[in-house]
Write a protein that binds this ligand. Structure first.
Ligand code: GAP
Length: 575
């Protein structure tokens, strides 16, 4: 295998005040949410497995998507045409005819620019290169003349996906020691990070200290930023970086027994193309009419140059994509409709706070065929204060159908019987066109990660301070039933309650029961696993037929009649 095995999951220290990614990753491993793939062999870089709780959580997310996008799209809401939104599913293969990827542009253009450090042999994405510049205070000109002037041209570089990631990386060794070396004679330095030229006020008192540190994304295509003038992020030396080279992200494989290049094929880098190439079959074999969507979920593969940040950038990941086909004239309205609904949807399953934003791409970020693209972005601990993409909603025009029509020589136009001139008999002449497409494309692994990061809560006032405030719809364990003590008739009642809950909710997630340890420890275990409700059978149950229902987020307990437990939970779980 050419790639290095991952010895340990990559971690970064988030800025002060943010949630600790290390703590979230530790909990994920400890409670069986996410493991490194091939863990006992030291892991394999860019691949992650889900343990029992993670697998169920991801299934819940996938099913929530399926229900709200395919079975009951947009919760039954009407679209901009005043009618119910209609969508159908497909399941298409990971391996498609290689010409699919030529037509889609992935073979020719799905590249990342890559830079190597010639000395350390480390490789990273050139568009993830950030330049850090130190600005001295300027009031004390004597100091500036003597020493601080040296700083004006001092730079260091780091590899980071976002400004937030850059800030996080600056606060870990060896970056800290590197900038300490650069600012020798100025320590202790009061430092402030800005991502533009604006110099933030310094809270230090000595006038000769650093005024600010600015972080810029390196535009390596500009001669002024020529790569040989940048210090290596690893050694600090200038001239040891190779010029950027294009690296194709497609995973190649061989189909069939002969094993020659003639049989080369690719693992899909997105599920979307499987939908486009089945567009005609779906139209011809079902009663769908434009506007309608075709959706699917499935695994995609990208040979990412720098897989990083836990599951955020993996080499194998799952997507949930919808291609919504509509008449070109109606496409701007459908684009706005889907963009807004997708944002609302992520909020509805637990990403309701300030950590979620909808970012409309600037015009110069858009592909030539696109009317608009927006990203639903989440502030992950490793991107804070910046955001990382969770889902892209793109207006793709008729680009994909045009490409496949040209490459396959099969007509993919749609004949719309409800358009065109009105005929004397009251019907329409019809109109033939290539539909436009709106694509909400979500990542399920990034979704799980965002939901885990959002749910992770530290509450020092609790005996066991770590808990996951997962939305009940997504939580892998729906409820837990405990006999307070393992005697006096309580286990028998607990078993009966367990059976009732299992019958009612057992197909939506796990129902747990546990009779060991103190009740506090049992609650703590469930809090950490994100279980929203615990029911305890105690002495009172035997006399007045009620149980305590404990709410994970508030820790409050109330008494509920035994015969109402299923109804109350159904309502609170939203199932
Ligand atoms: N068909 C369009 C498409 O694939 P994309 O923005 O490249 O668009 C859609 O991918 C989503 O897939 C992203 O928003 C992200 O959630 C997820 N995704 C993409 N690359 C990923 C990776 N390397 N690891 C994990 N998730 C990824």
């Amino acid at each position: 295998m050419s790639d290095q095995p991952a010895k340990k999951p990559e971690t970064t220290t988030p800025p002060t005040g943010a949630k600790s990614m290390d703590a979230i990753m530790a909990l994920c491993k400890r409670r069986g949410f996410i493991f490194q793939a091939s863990d006992i062999y030291g892991g394999i870089n860019g691949f992650w497995d889900y343990g029992p709780l993670g697998a169920q959580m991801k299934k819940n997310l996938r099913e929530a998507w399926w229900r709200d996008m395919i079975l009951n799209p947009c919760w039954g809401r009407k679209g901009p045409n005043g009618e119910r939104v209609r969508c159908v599913p497909v399941e298409t293969r990971i391996i498609q005819h290689p010409k699919v990827w030529e037509a889609s542009g992935h073979v020719g253009g799905f590249n990342d620019p890559m830079v190597d450090d010639k000395e350390t042999k480390q490789r990273f994405r050139a568009d993830h290169l950030y330049k850090v510049v130190f600005f001295p205070r300027t009031e004390d000109m004597a100091q500036v003349d003597r020493t601080a002037a040296l700083l004006l041209d001092v730079q260091m570089t780091i590899v980071a996906s976002t400004v937030g990631d850059a800030i996080a990386q600056l606060s870990v060794e060896p970056a800290r020691s590197q900038w300490r070396r650069i600012t020798r004679g100025f320590a202790p330095v009061s430092w402030i990070i800005t991502n533009d030229q604006a110099e933030a006020p310094c809270d230090g008192t000595d006038s000769h200290r650093i005024q600010s540190i600015a972080i810029y994304r390196v535009d390596y295509t500009q001669p002024a930023n020529a790569i040989d003038r940048l210090p290596s992020p690893f050694t600090g030396k200038k001239g040891s970086l190779t010029p950027p080279r294009q690296f194709n992200l497609m995973f190649k494989t061989i189909v069939g027994a002969t094993g020659t290049e003639d049989d080369a094929a690719y693992l899909r880098p997105e599920t979307a193309q499987g939908i486009f190439v089945q567009f005609k079959n779906v139209v011809d074999t079902t009663r769908v009419k434009i506007p309608f969507g075709i959706g699917n979920t499935g695994t995609s593969f990208r040979n990412e140059v720098t897989p990083r940040n836990f599951t955020f950038r993996s080499r194998e990941f799952e997507q949930a994509e919808l291609e919504f086909f509509c008449h070109p004239d109606e496409s701007p309205a459908w684009y706005a409709f889907w963009r807004d609904f997708r944002m609302e949807w992520w909020k509805s399953i637990g990403l309701a706070g300030d950590n979620l934003i909808l970012r409309e791409h600037d015009k110069d970020e858009l592909s030539h065929y696109s009317v608009g693209t927006s990203d639903v972005e989440y502030r992950f601990p490793f991107t804070a204060p910046g955001f990382g993409e969770l889902e892209g909603i793109a207006h793709r025009g008729n680009y994909d159908l045009t490409q496949h029509q040209e490459h396959s020589k099969v007509k993919l136009e749609y004949f719309d019987q409800e358009r065109g001139d009105l005929l004397p008999n009251g019907s329409r002449r019809g109109e033939r066109y290539l539909p436009h497409c709106i694509e909400p494309a979500a990542g399920l692994d990034r979704g799980v990660l965002a939901l885990l990061c959002e749910a992770y809560t530290l509450d020092p006032s609790r005996p066991s301070p770590e808990l996951l405030k997962l939305h009940p719809r997504i939580a892998p364990i729906k409820a837990a039933v405990f006999p307070l003590v393992n005697k006096d008739g309580m286990p028998e009642v607990a078993e009966k309650v367990y059976d009732d809950l299992f019958a009612a909710f057992g197909r939506d997630g796990f129902i747990e029961t546990d009779a060991k340890q103190s009740i506090g420890k049992r609650y703590a275990r469930m809090d950490e696993a994100g279980c929203p409700f615990c029911l305890t059978i105690d002495g009172e149950t035997l006399t007045n037929q009620t149980v305590t229902l404990r709410d994970r987020d508030t820790g409050t307990q109330e008494r509920v009649a035994l015969d109402q437990v299923v109804g109350v939970l159904r309502q609170r779980l939203g199932l």
